[in-house]
Design a protein around this ligand. Structure first.
Ligand SMILES: Cc1cc2nc3c(=O)[nH]c(=O)nc-3n(C[C@H](O)[C@H](O)[C@H](O)COP(=O)(O)OP(=O)(O)OC[C@H]3O[C@@H](n4cnc5c(N)ncnc54)[C@H](O)[C@@H]3O)c2cc1C
Ligand SMILES: NC(=O)c1ccc[n+]([C@@H]2O[C@H](COP(=O)([O-])OP(=O)(O)OC[C@H]3O[C@@H](n4cnc5c(N)ncnc54)[C@H](OP(=O)(O)O)[C@@H]3O)[C@@H](O)[C@H]2O)c1
Length: 423
């Protein structure tokens, strides 16, 4: 009790509302946060979920393009305790996925506190509690809260912020420059020459979309990329790889995948898509670089509808100069240059998370830190990785919660609750 009073310093106490949370605080209402919340619900553990946007799954609702579909079959993308509806196709659309997530939140009575961006979170050694400060952006008045809790679950995602490249002359371009997260459809680019910077899944798919809308995309491939077919002999490549990994070493699975890809897609290097020296799964595991699952872009590259170009030297007014000296006239630029975690910007901790905003411990150890800190959805294993993290975290917290509530029933004091409002 005395400790708890000490941790609320005088100045903060006057400027922010302080909230004691019975149970964990989950930061982020994307699929990872929702999965954790549902599993905690199942364990009977109360929680508070904080979300900077005004909706759940803001990445999917606000920062993705219209034609997006899940790249993996639905059984690998569903969250714990609620399968996708049977009438959903093998690869649900973004709309269907959002609809599923909304029904998920409703079923498990998950009501995030929206428009609350976590500004900082730190562990207070004296009290043994986490202090999570937020700024609420709803309406014209800025409200600040401080949540005090025993457990902190980081669910802000691997793709929390856009990566903006530092390209010489970009500011002088004069035309439209957007990041892939603001791209919706190629409709408005009809007849335009668009430079797509980046050849990950976003760059490939936006180039395809632009071409389908009769724009002329040039896609920048500055280094190398693994392109794999989405399916091999009617089976999802991901599923096949997962199956093979049960029996074979990773290097061999990589070799088999590349041979199969060569048979199905041909020699992608001949179109300017140089393959990395490391195999696709090894590269994903060591560097976190996702292979591209082709859903039609390669055909457009072969036909010349998507122009593959090397790295950019500089941009000038209406033009891109490439490293091979070629100059391209362009009307618009789409930066499909990826995303990054934002954890280092708010979490004051350096033991569990590294500077790049991912847990330091490799899979499968990166879900639990010290002092009640957890991470969900940072294993670079997409939605299925997030689901398994969520189940582990809820079980771990649930075990302690059950033991302590059993003991608390015997004692009857609830000293914390007297001084601070409670959830
Ligand atoms: C275009 C695109 C397509 C993808 N397609 C697939 C796919 O088909 N299959 C797959 O498995 N994965 C896919 N992914 C990866 C994707 O990141 C995951 O599927 C999934 O969204 C991860 O969920 P998450 O909850 O961990 O992160 P997110 O979905 O990013 O959710 C994190 C939430 O945290 C909130 N947040 C962030 N910072 C703060 C803060 N400081 N305070 C409060 N709230 C905060 C965000 O607003 C967001 O709502 C795709 C990613 C992209 C960019
Ligand atoms: N339907 C789907 O499932 C789907 C669709 C889209 C995205 N996603 C997922 O979303 C995540 C992010 O994908 P993403 O494609 O947006 O990002 P990404 O995989 O990180 O790819 C970023 C690309 O931008 C390039 N790049 C970065 N800076 C550059 C620069 N200055 N000049 C030229 N190129 C530059 C990178 O090249 P280098 O390799 O040389 O660094 C890379 O090709 C991935 O996990 C992906 O699988 C999934």
């Amino acid at each position: 009790m005395e400790n708890l009073f000490r941790l609320v310093d005088h100045e903060d106490f006057l400027s922010r509302r302080c909230i004691w949370v019975n149970g964990p605080v989950i930061v982020g209402a994307g699929p990872s946060g929702l999965a954790t919340a549902a599993c905690l619900r199942d364990q009977g553990v109360p929680f508070v979920m904080l979300e900077r946007a005004e909706c759940i799954a803001s990445l999917w609702q606000k920062r993705t393009y219209d034609r997006l579909k899940l790249h993996l079959p639905k059984q690998f993308c569903q969250l714990p305790k609620l399968p996708f509806p049977e009438d959903f196709p093998e690869y649900p659309t973004k709309r269907q996925f959002i609809q599923y997530l909304e029904s998920y939140a409703e079923k498990f009575e998950i009501n995030p506190r929206f428009n609350e961006c976590v500004q900082s979170a730190r562990y207070d050694e004296t009290s043994g509690l986490w202090r999570v400060k937020t700024a609420s952006s709803a309406g014209s008045t800025k409200t600040e809260f401080e949540y005090i809790c025993r457990w902190l679950v980081v669910a802000t995602g691997e793709n929390a912020e856009r990566v903006m490249p530092d390209i010489e002359g970009l500011a002088d371009f004069g035309g439209e420059v957007i990041h892939a997260c603001d791209y919706k459809s190629g409709k408005k680019y009809k007849g335009k020459k668009v430079l797509v910077v980046g050849c990950g899944n976003s760059g490939m798919e936006l180039s395809l979309d632009l071409s389908n809308h009769n724009a002329s995309p040039s896609m920048v491939v500055r280094s190398s990329v693994h392109v794999l077919p989405r399916e091999i002999l009617g089976k999802s490549t991901f599923e096949l790889a997962t199956l093979m990994m049960k029996w074979l070493p990773l290097w061999l699975v990589d070799k088999i995948l590349l041979i199969l890809a060569w048979f199905i897609l041909g020699n992608t290097e001949s179109y300017g898509l140089k393959r990395p020296s490391m195999g696709p799964l090894a590269l994903k595991n060591t560097m976190g670089k996702t292979p591209v699952l082709d859903i039609g872009a390669l055909k457009k590259i072969r036909s010349g509808d998507i122009n593959v170009v090397p790295g950019i030297k500089r941009i000038s007014c209406g033009q891109a100069e490439l490293i091979n000296g070629e100059k391209l006239d362009i009307d618009a630029i789409v930066l499909a240059t990826g995303y990054r975690s934002n954890v280092p910007s708010w979490l004051q901790e350096s033991e569990f998370f590294s500077e790049n905003g991912f847990p330091k411990a490799p899979f499968p150890h990166g879900w639990k830190g010290n002092a009640g800190l957890y991470a969900v959805g940072f294993t670079r294993r997409g939605l299925s990785g997030a689901s398994s993290d969520a189940m582990r975290i809820a079980q771990d917290i649930g075990k302690v919660w059950k033991e302590e509530t059993k003991q608390q029933k015997k004692r009857t004091t609830a000293c914390h609750r007297r001084c601070i409002s409670q959830f």
